[in-house]
Ligand binder design. Structure first.
Ligand SMILES: CC(C)(COP(=O)(O)OP(=O)(O)OC[C@H]1O[C@@H](n2cnc3c(N)ncnc32)[C@H](O)[C@@H]1OP(=O)(O)O)[C@@H](O)C(=O)NCCC(=O)NCCS
Length: 267
């Protein structure tokens, strides 16, 4: 999960102003393209390479989901699904449906004004939109209102990347990722995913704590022109793979092994 997840919206004053600010921020992409539901079809229909990456079950002209193409995952079999007694649900979505929430709230959620101008920003052009069109996009809803977004993408044939997760501040600290992510991880592991990866700022203690609680290891550091300094975290599905990491690269205590007996891989 990158600090601003590559979308880089601005905080909005109201919905119309937010959309306009997003359009300006994303520059190269026309507002009609950003907000029109048909954009994926329009852009993808001209792209032979992406057409070949389509999976089954999507509408003609729409991009296929990478997770379906690689691992046969059809999220609509399991979603929507409730996760709390007070009715918080996970819904399958797509980038165009999630963009209004991202535009309206990511600036606040990611405290993005603090980062403005520090890093290299790319336009939300056709390639980025097509990429997100093939990603798994989920909306977290409470009483039919979107309160958060999660976006994940395969980064190779056996690796799933947690690209973005953001919850409205009022819903943070309720351990929602602690129930939602394991649900997603179980199904992805069942399809063939062998590791989950995420990047986060060293200062993002909520993310570091949440992910390490879920069994992620800190496996690296990255200096990115787009997002600054990042910790790379990896959750191994296979204990044998985690053993290689622990035994070859880690000295001292291996807490991961202490908890294997009493935790499922995705708890
Ligand atoms: C990252 C995020 C999705 C995690 O969701 P969450 O609901 O906060 O997750 P949890 O409730 O499991 O909390 C994770 C840990 O951070 C702590 N935490 C959460 N919110 C906090 C806050 N506002 N202040 C201090 N600690 C906080 C929790 O106490 C918990 O630690 P613990 O289990 O040891 O007590 C959410 O905090 C968020 O949207 N943050 C802003 C966007 C972001 O950073 N996204 C990830 C980008 S890499």
């Amino acid at each position: 999960m990158c600090p601003d997840d590559g979308v880089r919206p601005r905080p909005e004053r109201n919905e119309a102003a937010g959309a306009e600010e997003l359009r300006r921020e994303l520059g190269a992409c026309d507002k009609r393209l950003l907000l029109s539901r048909s954009v994926g079809a329009e852009t993808l229909s001209q792209d032979q390479d992406l057409r070949s990456a389509k999976g089954d079950g999507h509408e003609p002209g729409e991009p296929g989901k990478m997770s379906r193409f690689l691992w046969g995952i059809d999220w609509s079999e399991w979603l929507p699904r409730g996760f709390t007694d007070d009715g918080i649900e996970l819904h399958l979505s797509d980038i165009e449906s999630a963009l209004p929430f991202i535009s309206a709230h990511y600036g606040e959620i990611f405290e993005q004004d603090l980062e403005r101008g520090r890093f290299y920003s790319e336009p939300f052009d056709g390639a980025k939109l097509r990429y997100y069109g093939m990603a798994d996009v989920f909306e977290i809803k409470h009483a039919e209102r979107t309160i958060g977004v999660f976006i994940g993408t395969p980064s190779d044939w056996s690796t799933y990347y947690l690209r973005s997760m953001g919850l409205l501040p009022a819903y943070q600290g309720r351990k929602l990722p602690g129930v939602i992510l394991p649900f997603l991880f179980d199904r992805l592991a069942g399809g063939g995913v062998r590791r989950f990866e995420a990047d986060t700022s060293p200062s993002n203690l909520a993310t570091v704590r949440r992910l390490t609680h879920l069994g992620f290891n800190v496996t690296g550091t990255v200096l990115s022109e787009r997002w600054g300094a990042l910790l790379r975290l990896t959750k191994f599905v296979d204990e044998g793979a985690e053993d290689v990491f622990l035994d070859k690269f880690c000295s001292g205590i291996r807490y991961q092994r202490r908890h294997r007996g009493n935790q499922h891989i995705t708890q």
